[in-house]
Design a protein around this ligand. Structure first.
Ligand code: 6PG
Length: 472
């Protein structure tokens, strides 16, 4: 008998925890994993939730266990495995069943899958899920893209399993087709920028202020009761305090300085470039991960060039520098989030999604990796200024930048003078300094373009297109 109200395919860390979360919220869930032993292992570990879990050995059994119309969540590795899973499911499903891809899909794949399923009677939802293992189990942030009618059918279960911010569910329908996966991608791009800027200020503390991991942890802990209060600042303090069992040293000091990346940060940058919207802090963060992975080249370059002589080290009181670092991080955050939201605004136009910016900020306030107090302020700023061109122009964030930009400037300058790389903070500063200056320098670029290619330019004092008297 078909008892289950929903199904989950893929019992890796995220899928398994999502299935337990669903069962925990009173829903009967059918589960299936390609490797049957994993399914059995999952069922055996379901404990008190076991009577709300139907573990299935075959896909046929799985589909048969769910009451039609069936919502089926696929949580497998993004890319080809999703297409294979959809192909395997299609002949078994019936009209009105909903396939929900909950992985970190590229939204362009999601758009293609929508088109492929059109006319098949099946419905597709592309769903971004953030919060890692813990979030999946106890409440992630859920970003849904697809037909609104399909969302309405799964809304009860998705809101039940989502994180709550002051009682409000962190799950929402954001727009048609690829909207949910696009927003998740930008979430991750911002996550990259947030993490990179935190790593940069950590570097200033470690290599400029010569602080050890425990002292740096104390600084991050102190910051977590101020405007930087966020999950990422909290876990930074936590990881800095953990010692390695084998050596007794702080574990961060023995972790290789080469960051991994699975693609979502890069996609954010590619899409922002395609739409002509600068996302400089995110770009810098993605590039910094790539540079971090070039360990051999970095070692060779250090052997060739050495490190710059410290310049100005110790001249400023440590607490004064730390206060500047806190404010610089906040200023950098404003730039990164302003950029991420500007990219979403452009995509909303391009793909006709009508993305609700305040709602996006609201569902990021809990559950997801970038959750923070700051996002609550962003939600308020967008609900009060729905048509603002850039978050930095809203009164609260403009004031935040006015209060912090001098610190950002000092931190970037001091880092530059001491040879400490702070590429994301420097990019944020460059973005802000360019954005705030009415008379830029592109007049010269226009002159050059016209000189070598007769591309034409506009004049400040006359309408129309003009060419210069370049001679020759
Ligand atoms: C989240 C995370 C999650 C995952 C990313 C990290 O929101 O829960 O973003 O999706 O940790 O895959 O991406 P990288 O492996 O590229 O750092």
């Amino acid at each position: 008998m078909a008892e289950a109200e929903i199904g989950v395919i893929g019992l890796g860390v995220m899928g398994a925890n999502l299935a337990l979360n669903i069962a925990d919220n009173g829903y009967h869930v059918a589960v299936y994993n390609r490797t049957a032993s994993r399914t059995q292992e999952f069922a055996a570990g379901a404990g008190a939730l076991a009577d709300r879990v139907t573990a299935c050995a075959t896909l046929e059994e799985f589909v048969g266990a769910i009451r039609p119309p069936r919502p089926v969540i696929i949580m497998v590795k993004a890319g080809e495995p999703v297409d294979q899973q959809i192909a395997a499911l299609r002949p078994l499903l019936q009209a009105n069943d909903i396939i929900i891809d909950a992985g970190n899909a590229n939204f362009r794949d999601t758009m293609r899958r929508f088109t492929d399923l059109e006319g098949s009677g099946l419905t597709f939802i592309g769903m971004g899920v953030s919060g890692g293992e813990e979030g999946a189990r106890h409440g992630p942030s859920i970003m849904v893209g697809g037909a609104e009618a399909a969302w309405k059918r799964v809304e009860p279960v998705l809101t039940a399993i989502s994180a709550k911010f002051e009682g409000e569910a962190c799950a929402a329908w954001l727009g048609e087709n690829g909207a949910g996966h696009f927003v998740k991608t930008i979430h991750n791009g911002i996550e990259y920028a947030d993490m990179q800027m935190i790593a940069e200020v950590y570097g200033v503390m470690r290599d400029h202020l010569n602080m050890d991991a425990a002292s740096i942890a104390a600084v991050f802990s102190a910051w977590s009761s101020g405007p930087l209060d966020s999950y990422l600042i909290d876990i930074t303090a936590d990881v800095l305090r953990v010692d390695d069992a084998a050596t007794g040293r702080p574990i961060v000091d023995i972790i290789v300085d080469a960051a991994g990346q699975k693609g979502t940060g890069r996609w954010s940058v590619i899409e922002s470039q395609m739409m002509g919207v600068p996302a400089t802090a995110i770009e810098a963060a993605v590039a910094a991960r790539s540079l971090s992975a070039m360990r051999g080249q970095r070692a060779a370059a250090q052997a060739l060039f050495g490190l710059p002589e410290p310049n100005g080290n110790g001249q400023r009181d440590r607490q004064v520098v730390l206060d500047d670092l806190e404010k610089a991080l906040l200023a950098g955050k404003v730039a990164a989030y302003a950029q991420g939201f500007a990219v979403m605004a452009a995509a909303s136009q391009e793909f006709d999604w009508h993305l609700p910016m305040a709602t996006i900020a609201r569902i990021w306030r809990a559950g997801c990796i970038i959750r923070s107090r700051f996002l609550d302020e962003i939600a308020t700023a967008f609900s009060q200024n729905p048509d603002v061109a850039n978050l930095a122009l809203t009164p609260v964030f403009a004031q935040m930048l006015k209060d912090t930009d001098a610190s950002l400037r000092r931190v970037v300058a001091e880092a530059a003078m001491n040879g400490l790389p702070v590429p994301a903070l420097a990019s944020a500063l460059g973005y802000f300094d360019t954005y705030r200056r009415q008379r830029g320098t592109a007049n010269l670029i226009q002159a050059q373009r016209d000189f070598f290619g007769a591309h034409g330019f506009a004049r400040l004092d006359a309408e129309g297109e003009h060419h210069g008297p370049w001679g020759g």
